[in-house]
Write a protein that binds this ligand. Structure first.
Ligand code: PGA
Length: 254
Protein backbone atom coordinates (compact mmCIF):
# COMPACT_ATOMS: atom_id res chain seq x y z
CA UNK A 1 0.00 0.00 0.00
CA UNK A 2 1.50 3.32 -1.03
CA UNK A 3 0.95 6.20 1.38
CA UNK A 4 -0.67 9.08 -0.45
CA UNK A 5 0.95 12.51 -0.54
CA UNK A 6 -0.67 15.90 -0.92
CA UNK A 7 1.92 18.60 -1.55
CA UNK A 8 1.23 22.31 -1.96
CA UNK A 9 3.42 24.21 -4.39
CA UNK A 10 3.03 27.86 -3.48
CA UNK A 11 5.19 29.06 -6.39
CA UNK A 12 6.12 32.76 -6.19
CA UNK A 13 3.15 33.68 -4.01
CA UNK A 14 2.84 35.16 -0.53
CA UNK A 15 5.29 37.41 1.30
CA UNK A 16 6.59 36.41 4.72
CA UNK A 17 3.65 37.69 6.74
CA UNK A 18 1.11 36.21 4.33
CA UNK A 19 2.96 32.90 4.33
CA UNK A 20 2.96 32.73 8.10
CA UNK A 21 -0.76 33.44 8.16
CA UNK A 22 -1.50 30.69 5.64
CA UNK A 23 0.74 28.16 7.40
CA UNK A 24 -0.98 28.91 10.70
CA UNK A 25 -4.40 28.55 9.13
CA UNK A 26 -3.53 25.23 7.47
CA UNK A 27 -2.00 23.91 10.67
CA UNK A 28 -5.11 24.82 12.65
CA UNK A 29 -7.54 23.14 10.26
CA UNK A 30 -5.40 20.01 9.99
CA UNK A 31 -5.06 19.80 13.77
CA UNK A 32 -8.75 20.35 14.47
CA UNK A 33 -10.41 18.52 11.61
CA UNK A 34 -8.17 15.86 10.11
CA UNK A 35 -9.30 12.52 11.42
CA UNK A 36 -6.68 10.28 9.89
CA UNK A 37 -2.95 10.53 9.39
CA UNK A 38 -3.04 8.34 6.34
CA UNK A 39 -1.71 10.90 3.92
CA UNK A 40 1.63 12.67 3.97
CA UNK A 41 1.17 16.45 3.84
CA UNK A 42 3.84 18.77 2.48
CA UNK A 43 3.85 22.49 1.83
CA UNK A 44 6.41 24.25 -0.36
CA UNK A 45 6.41 28.00 0.28
CA UNK A 46 9.04 30.38 -1.10
CA UNK A 47 12.60 30.05 0.19
CA UNK A 48 12.13 33.13 2.36
CA UNK A 49 9.23 31.57 4.23
CA UNK A 50 10.81 28.14 4.77
CA UNK A 51 12.46 28.68 8.17
CA UNK A 52 9.44 30.30 9.79
CA UNK A 53 7.07 27.74 8.24
CA UNK A 54 9.17 24.94 9.72
CA UNK A 55 9.04 26.63 13.09
CA UNK A 56 5.29 27.17 12.92
CA UNK A 57 4.75 23.53 11.97
CA UNK A 58 6.89 22.00 14.70
CA UNK A 59 5.07 19.11 16.31
CA UNK A 60 2.54 18.89 13.46
CA UNK A 61 2.32 16.24 10.78
CA UNK A 62 2.95 18.73 7.99
CA UNK A 63 6.35 18.63 6.29
CA UNK A 64 8.02 21.53 4.51
CA UNK A 65 9.81 21.48 1.17
CA UNK A 66 11.63 23.83 -1.19
CA UNK A 67 10.51 24.48 -4.77
CA UNK A 68 13.93 24.20 -6.38
CA UNK A 69 17.63 23.89 -5.56
CA UNK A 70 21.05 23.95 -7.17
CA UNK A 71 22.91 20.70 -7.80
CA UNK A 72 26.22 21.86 -6.32
CA UNK A 73 26.70 21.93 -2.56
CA UNK A 74 28.27 25.40 -2.61
CA UNK A 75 30.22 27.74 -4.85
CA UNK A 76 30.09 30.79 -7.05
CA UNK A 77 26.46 30.44 -8.15
CA UNK A 78 24.97 33.82 -7.33
CA UNK A 79 21.37 33.67 -6.27
CA UNK A 80 21.23 29.90 -5.85
CA UNK A 81 20.48 27.67 -2.86
CA UNK A 82 21.89 24.18 -2.33
CA UNK A 83 20.57 20.91 -0.91
CA UNK A 84 22.75 21.06 2.25
CA UNK A 85 21.39 24.57 2.89
CA UNK A 86 17.81 23.39 2.51
CA UNK A 87 18.48 20.42 4.75
CA UNK A 88 20.20 22.59 7.36
CA UNK A 89 17.01 24.51 8.11
CA UNK A 90 14.97 21.35 8.60
CA UNK A 91 13.14 21.13 5.28
CA UNK A 92 12.58 17.56 4.17
CA UNK A 93 11.35 17.75 0.58
CA UNK A 94 12.25 19.53 -2.63
CA UNK A 95 10.41 19.92 -5.94
CA UNK A 96 12.68 19.31 -8.89
CA UNK A 97 12.04 19.88 -12.59
CA UNK A 98 8.74 21.70 -12.33
CA UNK A 99 7.58 22.60 -15.85
CA UNK A 100 7.91 26.30 -15.01
CA UNK A 101 11.60 25.70 -14.22
CA UNK A 102 11.98 23.83 -17.49
CA UNK A 103 10.07 26.43 -19.48
CA UNK A 104 11.39 29.71 -18.03
CA UNK A 105 14.76 28.75 -16.58
CA UNK A 106 16.08 26.33 -19.16
CA UNK A 107 16.13 23.37 -16.81
CA UNK A 108 16.67 20.02 -18.51
CA UNK A 109 16.09 16.47 -17.34
CA UNK A 110 19.87 16.05 -17.23
CA UNK A 111 20.21 18.88 -14.71
CA UNK A 112 17.26 17.42 -12.82
CA UNK A 113 19.17 14.14 -12.45
CA UNK A 114 22.10 15.98 -10.86
CA UNK A 115 19.76 17.89 -8.57
CA UNK A 116 17.90 14.72 -7.61
CA UNK A 117 21.16 12.99 -6.73
CA UNK A 118 22.33 15.95 -4.64
CA UNK A 119 18.97 16.17 -2.88
CA UNK A 120 19.01 12.48 -1.96
CA UNK A 121 22.61 12.74 -0.76
CA UNK A 122 21.29 15.34 1.66
CA UNK A 123 18.37 13.24 2.88
CA UNK A 124 15.74 15.23 1.03
CA UNK A 125 12.74 13.58 -0.59
CA UNK A 126 12.46 14.64 -4.20
CA UNK A 127 9.21 15.47 -5.94
CA UNK A 128 10.38 15.06 -9.52
CA UNK A 129 8.03 16.64 -12.06
CA UNK A 130 7.41 15.46 -15.59
CA UNK A 131 4.72 16.33 -18.10
CA UNK A 132 4.03 17.18 -21.71
CA UNK A 133 2.93 20.43 -23.35
CA UNK A 134 -0.38 20.74 -25.20
CA UNK A 135 1.42 20.61 -28.54
CA UNK A 136 3.19 17.40 -27.55
CA UNK A 137 -0.06 15.81 -26.46
CA UNK A 138 -1.88 16.85 -29.59
CA UNK A 139 0.82 15.34 -31.76
CA UNK A 140 0.78 12.18 -29.63
CA UNK A 141 4.40 12.80 -28.64
CA UNK A 142 3.62 12.75 -24.92
CA UNK A 143 4.59 9.12 -24.38
CA UNK A 144 8.09 9.69 -25.73
CA UNK A 145 8.45 13.00 -23.90
CA UNK A 146 7.42 11.55 -20.56
CA UNK A 147 9.53 8.43 -20.97
CA UNK A 148 12.57 10.56 -21.72
CA UNK A 149 11.93 12.91 -18.79
CA UNK A 150 11.57 9.98 -16.39
CA UNK A 151 14.62 8.10 -17.69
CA UNK A 152 16.96 11.09 -17.92
CA UNK A 153 15.79 12.66 -14.68
CA UNK A 154 16.50 9.48 -12.75
CA UNK A 155 19.86 8.81 -14.33
CA UNK A 156 22.38 7.78 -11.69
CA UNK A 157 19.69 7.14 -9.07
CA UNK A 158 20.04 3.67 -7.56
CA UNK A 159 17.23 1.31 -6.65
CA UNK A 160 17.92 2.02 -3.00
CA UNK A 161 17.70 5.78 -3.62
CA UNK A 162 14.30 5.46 -5.30
CA UNK A 163 12.80 5.35 -1.80
CA UNK A 164 13.45 9.08 -1.70
CA UNK A 165 11.91 9.85 -5.06
CA UNK A 166 8.30 10.73 -5.73
CA UNK A 167 7.27 11.42 -9.31
CA UNK A 168 4.73 14.12 -10.13
CA UNK A 169 2.96 13.91 -13.47
CA UNK A 170 1.85 17.40 -14.41
CA UNK A 171 0.61 17.93 -17.95
CA UNK A 172 1.68 21.49 -18.76
CA UNK A 173 -1.67 22.19 -20.44
CA UNK A 174 -3.43 21.49 -17.15
CA UNK A 175 -1.30 23.69 -14.90
CA UNK A 176 -3.08 26.82 -13.74
CA UNK A 177 -5.48 26.59 -16.65
CA UNK A 178 -8.47 25.08 -14.91
CA UNK A 179 -8.22 22.21 -17.42
CA UNK A 180 -7.64 19.02 -15.49
CA UNK A 181 -6.65 15.85 -17.25
CA UNK A 182 -9.59 13.47 -16.88
CA UNK A 183 -8.97 10.83 -14.27
CA UNK A 184 -8.72 8.27 -17.08
CA UNK A 185 -6.16 10.37 -18.99
CA UNK A 186 -4.10 10.81 -15.85
CA UNK A 187 -4.36 7.15 -14.81
CA UNK A 188 -3.17 6.05 -18.24
CA UNK A 189 -0.01 8.12 -17.97
CA UNK A 190 0.60 7.16 -14.33
CA UNK A 191 0.41 3.47 -15.25
CA UNK A 192 2.83 4.15 -18.10
CA UNK A 193 5.29 5.89 -15.75
CA UNK A 194 5.10 2.91 -13.43
CA UNK A 195 6.08 0.58 -16.28
CA UNK A 196 9.09 2.79 -17.07
CA UNK A 197 10.19 2.52 -13.44
CA UNK A 198 9.54 -1.19 -13.51
CA UNK A 199 11.76 -1.68 -16.56
CA UNK A 200 14.55 0.23 -14.87
CA UNK A 201 14.24 -0.89 -11.25
CA UNK A 202 11.98 -3.93 -11.16
CA UNK A 203 8.47 -4.57 -9.98
CA UNK A 204 8.96 -4.08 -6.26
CA UNK A 205 10.32 -0.56 -6.61
CA UNK A 206 7.78 0.31 -9.30
CA UNK A 207 4.98 -0.74 -6.95
CA UNK A 208 6.44 1.22 -4.05
CA UNK A 209 7.09 4.47 -5.94
CA UNK A 210 4.50 7.15 -5.45
CA UNK A 211 3.29 9.02 -8.51
CA UNK A 212 1.37 12.25 -7.91
CA UNK A 213 -0.89 14.06 -10.32
CA UNK A 214 -0.70 17.84 -10.67
CA UNK A 215 -2.57 20.34 -12.81
CA UNK A 216 -5.72 22.15 -11.67
CA UNK A 217 -6.45 19.74 -8.83
CA UNK A 218 -9.36 21.17 -6.86
CA UNK A 219 -11.54 19.92 -4.00
CA UNK A 220 -14.21 18.83 -6.47
CA UNK A 221 -11.98 16.68 -8.71
CA UNK A 222 -9.41 15.40 -6.18
CA UNK A 223 -11.40 12.43 -4.94
CA UNK A 224 -11.89 10.93 -8.36
CA UNK A 225 -8.27 11.50 -9.38
CA UNK A 226 -6.88 10.03 -6.15
CA UNK A 227 -9.14 6.99 -6.49
CA UNK A 228 -7.28 5.84 -9.61
CA UNK A 229 -5.08 2.79 -9.14
CA UNK A 230 -1.80 4.51 -9.98
CA UNK A 231 -2.46 8.03 -8.64
CA UNK A 232 -0.90 8.38 -5.22
CA UNK A 233 -1.86 11.93 -4.37
CA UNK A 234 -1.34 15.37 -5.83
CA UNK A 235 0.94 18.32 -6.32
CA UNK A 236 -1.33 21.30 -5.85
CA UNK A 237 -0.71 24.84 -7.07
CA UNK A 238 -3.53 27.39 -6.96
CA UNK A 239 -5.76 25.46 -4.58
CA UNK A 240 -2.88 25.09 -2.08
CA UNK A 241 -3.04 28.84 -1.45
CA UNK A 242 -6.47 28.54 0.14
CA UNK A 243 -6.34 26.69 3.44
CA UNK A 244 -9.86 25.28 3.16
CA UNK A 245 -9.39 24.04 -0.42
CA UNK A 246 -6.03 22.53 0.42
CA UNK A 247 -7.54 20.78 3.41
CA UNK A 248 -10.45 19.44 1.36
CA UNK A 249 -7.92 18.01 -1.09
CA UNK A 250 -6.05 16.36 1.79
CA UNK A 251 -9.35 14.87 2.93
CA UNK A 252 -9.86 13.44 -0.55
CA UNK A 253 -6.59 11.53 -0.13
CA UNK A 254 -7.34 9.87 3.19
P1 PGA B 1 -2.15 24.23 -10.40
O1 PGA B 1 -0.56 24.02 -10.36
O2 PGA B 1 -2.73 23.30 -9.36
O3 PGA B 1 -2.37 25.67 -10.09
O4 PGA B 1 -2.59 23.84 -11.77
C1 PGA B 1 0.03 22.76 -10.15
C2 PGA B 1 1.54 22.88 -10.20
O5 PGA B 1 2.05 23.65 -11.03
O6 PGA B 1 2.27 22.23 -9.41
Amino acid sequence: MRRKIVAGNWKMHKNLVESQALVTEIRGIVRDELLSNDAEIVICPTFLALPSSIKLLEGSNIAVGAQNMHQEAQGAFTGEISAPMIQSIGATHVIIGHSERRQYFGETSQTCALKTKAAINNQLTVLYCVGETLEQRESDAHWTVIEEQVRLGLQGISAEEMKNVVIAYEPVWAIGTGKTATSAQAQEVHAFIRTIIEKQYGDQIAQATRILYGGSVKPDNAKELFAQADIDGGLIGGAALKARDFFDIIQAAV
